[in-house]
Write a protein of this length. Structure first.
Lengths: 359, 267
């Protein structure tokens, strides 16, 4: 084994398949090269396998570039529907926002209207509000569902915590939440149709069940992180077992609980829109009706309201969460000041001076 | 007026002896438990509090075994063990949990007396103004004072403190000790405090119990506490090369504590 450097085949030495010398360093070098070769082989295998899977998937879904090219004019046509063109002052091209607005009023997306002269809008428009519109139905599904889900989420998350229920048994409660999560809310609605029919009521139940799975899981994780000190502190004052749970454990995660609750409400608004599409009412339902009749402008009106609704809920939830963080960086400025200062804050945050404590 | 009796107590963890054959009795005193880390101070306090039970011997409070009377014993921890996300007031209120039903305590339907008592306790430790403040925003010394307030709300007959000032800077440590002493004196409660700052101990203590290697080394009144006893307690420091730092320091200096702490706390 006493070969001089360069004696062997350059290819086999490059891949570390041949010794290049017998000093310890040279042996180590060969070993490192061999390891690198192994790693390259695995990478190659991975690329081949991943590429094969990708091609198989494209084939399975019938993906074809030809189809995209053939359908392109149709899509451009639809774009004209999504964003109906008009001109401002007769010459500046712009999107005809009035069409969206007309549909929102006619279809009762924001409020249900009726001809009449009462209420705020009555005298001016000849229509009066008779009830909440599709947007509020969606919001109601999300809110009511969240509230219904919270108690069970709380109970299950406490029971799933190892500090309350000893080790193998707490996994039973974790499993319940896991099963709930593995079935999407869309499927829960289908399961519950015999119970509540196709409609907002069933959707609310489905959102509630979904909340139990998700919020419960998030709380369980928070409860795993709590410190032992306060629990011992509460135990030392002679508190009962359930007082130890509520004052030693739950009060440690109260802020986190509210923050996750706000986050889950946000999530549930999106879920409620999805449920609407399969018939649960609200904005999703209206969107689907317009899709079936190829009314692209009306579809876009629904989508704009969805953006508005989700954006508003997300903004509120974000404010709640940030005000729950430590008091020192609670936002005390008005919304206009915040918007005005936003660019500066974004710059300073990306420059690393800001603190990123958002979840 | 209460008496703590520790009667021939031993505690073993497997083969390890934490405390062996310790007996003492304290009555209406502010007693200090001294000893090195690992001498058995914490184990002793945990046994008295009932967080663990002694392997042998018996601990009685006013003649009754302590495990039947946990709410009678207020415990103050080195790491405060407060609920950090809530206010000082709610933490103090938690001291009364054993008197309140679960439902009432969850909805904060404690009687006005309990609520007043929580505020009274905060006043005793000089934190009435800060009652609404979130504990996590307080300094270490303030947090420990909230811990004292919580223990007071229990209406304890015995106050235990496990290294209450070990994680504080010297000035805060003196302030906290002064408030602890004030609390014990005002509420007429027997107290047992484990410490390792000898000067602070010598200033505030009325009675000194020294543990070494789990056994009782001395049990003396304030005027019987001598530097020689302290040297016995902490062993031969010179062997670890600290002799130079101790030059000219073979006296106890309780007087170095007094004025500053007393100025801050009206005893």
């Amino acid at each position: 084994m006493s070969q001089e450097r360069g004696d062997g085949n350059p290819l086999t030495t490059y891949f570390g398949l041949e010794e290049i010398g017998d000093s310890q360093v040279e042996q180590k070098l060969t070993e490192l090269k061999r390891r690198k070769t192994t790693r390259r082989l695995y990478t190659l295998l991975g690329i081949i396998f991943g590429g094969g899977l990708f091609l198989f998937s494209l084939n399975a879904v019938g993906f074809s570039l030809g189809e995209l090219i053939r359908q392109w004019p149709e899509f451009v046509n639809a774009l004209g529907g999504y964003f109906p063109p008009t001109t401002i002052f007769g010459f500046i091209p712009f999107v005809d926002v009035g069409q969206y607005w007309t549909f929102m009023i006619d279809a009762g997306l924001i409020f249900e209207f009726e001809d009449g002269t009462g209420g705020i809008f009555g005298p001016m428009y000849g229509k009066q509000i008779v009830g909440p519109g599709a947007m509020f139905i969606t919001l109601a599904i999300a809110f009511a569902g969240t509230v219904l889900g919270v108690p069970l989420a709380l109970i299950l998350s406490v029971l799933a915590s190892e500090r309350v229920v000893p080790y193998p048994f707490n996994f039973g409660f974790r499993a319940i939440m896991s099963v709930i999560r593995s079935i999407p809310a869309l499927v829960w609605v289908l399961i519950l149709i015999p119970l509540g029919g196709v409609g907002s009521f069933t959707a609310t139940l489905a959102v509630g069940i979904d909340t139990v799975g998700y919020l419960g899981r998030l709380l369980t994780d928070e409860l795993e992180e709590i410190s032992e000190g306060p629990i011992e502190g509460i135990r030392s004052v002679g508190a009962s077992k359930s007082q130890i749970v509520s004052f030693g454990m739950l009060s440690q995660v109260f802020r986190e609980f509210i923050a996750w609750l706000a986050f889950d409400l946000e999530h549930n608004v999106r879920v409620a829109i999805g449920l609407g599409i399969i018939g649960a009412g609200g904005l999703g339902l209206e969107l689907n009706i317009q899709r079936r009749t190829f009314n692209y402008t009306e579809m876009m009106a629904c989508i704009l309201l969805i953006l508005l609704l989700v954006g508003a809920v997300e903004y509120l939830s974000q404010r709640v969460r940030s005000s729950l963080r430590e008091g020192d960086d609670v936002e005390t400025e008005g919304i206009l000041t915040i918007l005005w200062k936003a660019p500066k804050r974004i710059v300073s945050a990306t420059a690393g001076r800001g603190r990123d404590r958002d979840r | 007026m209460s008496t703590l009796t520790v009667d021939d107590v031993s505690k073993y963890y497997g083969d390890v002896t934490a405390v062996e054959g310790v007996s003492f009795e304290i009555e209406d005193e502010f007693a200090i438990l001294l000893g090195e880390s690992g001498a058995g101070k914490s184990t002793m306090l945990r046994c008295i509090n009932g967080l663990t039970s002694p392997s042998e011997g018996e601990i009685r409070l006013n003649g009754e075994p302590v495990n039947s009377s946990r709410s009678d014993i207020g415990m103050i921890f080195q790491q405060h063990n407060l609920v950090e996300g809530v206010s000082a007031y709610l933490n103090a209120l938690n001291g009364g949990l054993s008197r309140t039903s679960v439902l009432k305590s969850i909805f904060q339907w404690q009687g006005r007396d309990d609520k007043k008592q929580a505020l009274d306790a905060l006043e005793t430790v000089g934190l009435l103004e800060e009652a609404h403040q979130t504990v996590s925003q307080m300094s270490g010394g303030q947090q420990q004072r909230v811990g004292i307030a919580r223990a007071l709300v229990q209406n304890p007959r015995l106050l235990l403190a496990d290294e209450p000032v070990a994680s504080l800077d010297p000035s805060s440590a003196e302030t906290v000790m002064a408030y602890l002493k004030k609390a014990a004196v005002e509420h007429d409660v027997t107290a047992l405090v484990s410490l390792h700052q000898v000067n602070i101990a010598a200033y505030f203590g009325e009675r000194f119990i020294g543990l070494r290697d789990g056994g009782l080394l001395f049990d003396v009144k304030r005027d019987e506490l001598t530097p020689a006893l302290i040297d016995d307690l902490y062993g031969d420091v010179e062997t670890v090369g600290l002799a130079d730092n101790r030059q000219g320091d073979d006296e106890l200096h309780p007087e170095s504590i007094g004025e500053t702490a007393e100025e801050r706390v009206e005893l």
